[in-house]
Ligand binder design. Structure first.
Ligand SMILES: [Zn+2]
Length: 487
């Protein structure tokens, strides 16, 4: 059995002014064949699952390229075609193949290509032929097209948001792919279009119980896999929106029925899955009211680089400074120029610095002031569950009563690693602001007195009713009230 694995992944916010080039992949996560590290990244977990499972199944693993760029705006056409052709050449060189396993994100959009993953799968199918088993894993914040269904045998998304189950899903994918090569199962994929888009964290009800029910339904004989595509509302593409994927063992009618049942159940949860979101002043009022030594952790959810925005909004920081809140910490604010100036000045210096607020008018003005350069951390690393991410050079500065982590690389806060590396002691903080939507949660829960989600009006297009979609091809809730027909 000859199995090829590769990964090309990013999440494209088509409304973001921060465009994506090959250098963004090379700087963030780029590993040519044979150089993928032992730890998985978010979308390259199938590499590790293949290394664990393929040799034991008597197979030979051929590794291709793994590339990931932090979510941002449109990928330029040359960058996409270079990565695509690199992997297609590797597939051709590896023939004959029994299986191709791909770690994808599913929301990658390039100039001139609205469905990068669909195009990649279609071209790989053309190279390997109809008999080779193709399996792909996706982030649930993705788009699922008919082109992808047609050209892959198995499609699986992470079930959890935060995505703490990347390795489990990668193992599911590789086990199913191997079973299909051996002829033990004949995977057939059913898809239901839920005609909705929302934010659906699985750490809270009603999504927690919904995902648990799906796991239960997956145990039924003949059901190989069930996935929920949450959709990604910052991607203006024809297929944006939530979908259910059911992979059965050659039982398409049953798969279609189950996908519809689960899809309409999800549609019934529309509008009830988002976290409660406060405005900045209401959140900071709660900081004022909270005594004790554990910090209030505030997620600045719509300035999360994980959603493709710049991550340099100063709106919340400015409110902290204006209210004179001390023992505060904020991370990360993206400003490579400011980081470079801090590194040049050195630890312990006091300098006049302008930082943040440069990517657009929604992000607040840059902050100007005399700051203390508290700590410089070259080549920082941040863990997320059992994956890790390069965080580049970090400069910790102090302005007023606030420690601010400035970053060279756009990256959301996944864990407390970067604050700790910068010498910020969480135990004596009143408030810690993180630029993340929900992935921070598991790491910060143990140290937080409470966790608040804040909408500081920053640039992510968080209300689909107000977003000017031009390519979206179907009626979706909440843009229309009854996309499935009359109530
Ligand atoms: Zn995601």
């Amino acid at each position: 059995m000859r199995v090829f694995v590769a990964s090309i992944a990013t999440e494209t916010n088509t409304f973001s002014p921060v465009y994506t080039d090959l250098s963004d992949f090379r700087e963030t996560f780029y590993h040519p064949p044979g150089t993928h590290p032992d730890q998985p990244s978010l979308c390259s977990a199938p590499f590790i699952a293949c290394r664990d499972l393929v040799p034991g199944a008597g197979g030979t693993l051929i590794e291709g390229t793994a590339a990931w760029a932090e979510p941002a705006g449109l990928v330029n056409q040359q960058a996409w075609e270079t990565l695509r052709d690199e992997v297609l050449d590797q597939v051709t060189a590896a023939l004959p193949l029994d299986a191709v396993v791909l770690g994808l994100h599913g929301a990658m959009v390039a100039r001139g290509c609205d469905d990068c993953e669909g195009e990649l799968l279609e071209r790989i199918r053309a190279i390997v032929g109809p008999e080779t088993v193709i399996g792909a894993s996706y982030d649930p914040h993705s788009h699922f097209s008919e082109r992808r269904r047609r050209n892959a045998d198995i499609s699986i998304t992470f079930k959890e948001f935060p995505h703490v189950d990347t390795m489990e899903r990668a193992c599911d994918l590789v086990r199913l792919t191997v079973a299909a090569v051996r002829g033990e199962v004949r995977p057939v994929t059913s898809v239901f279009d839920c005609r909705m888009i929302d934010v659906m964290p699985t750490t809270a009800e009603p999504m927690r119980a919904y995902v648990d029910r799906i796991v239960e339904r997956e145990r039924a004989p003949g059901i190989l896999s069930i996935s929920v595509v949450h959709g990604f509302m910052a991607g203006d593409v024809p297929d944006m929106g939530a979908k259910i994927i059911v992979v059965t063992d050659d039982a398409p009618t049953r798969g279609n029925d189950l996908a519809r049942e689960l899809g309409m159940e999800l549609f019934g949860l529309r509008g009830s899955t988002r976290m409660t979101v406060l405005d900045p002043e209401a959140a900071l009022d709660q900081v004022d009211e909270t005594a004790g030594h554990e910090p209030v952790v505030i997620a600045d959810i719509w300035d999360n680089p994980g959603g493709g925005v710049a991550g340099d909004s100063t709106v919340l920081l400015r409110r902290l400074l204006a209210r004179g809140i001390d023992r505060a910490a904020v991370g990360l604010i993206w400003d490579p120029v400011a980081v470079r100036l801090c590194f040049a000045a050195g630890e312990g210096t006091r300098i006049n610095l302008r930082f943040g607020g440069k990517s657009g008018p929604d992000c607040g003005d840059p902050v100007d002031g005399e700051v203390e350069v508290v700590r410089l951390v070259p080549d920082a690393i941040q863990r997320f569950n059992n994956t890790w991410a390069r965080a580049g050079d970090i400069a910790a500065i102090r302005i007023g009563g606030v420690d601010v982590l400035l970053a060279t690389i756009r990256l959301q806060i996944y864990s407390t690693d970067l604050f700790e590396a910068a010498g910020v002691d969480m135990r004596d903080r009143r408030v810690v602001v993180v630029k993340s939507t929900n992935h921070f949660r598991r790491a910060f829960e143990p140290i937080a007195s409470k966790i608040l989600y804040v909408d500081s009006g920053a640039p992510y297009p968080s209300d689909p009713r107000k977003t000017a979609y031009r390519k979206l091809s179907r009626a979706l809730w909440p843009i229309v009230e009854h996309p499935h027909g009359c109530a």
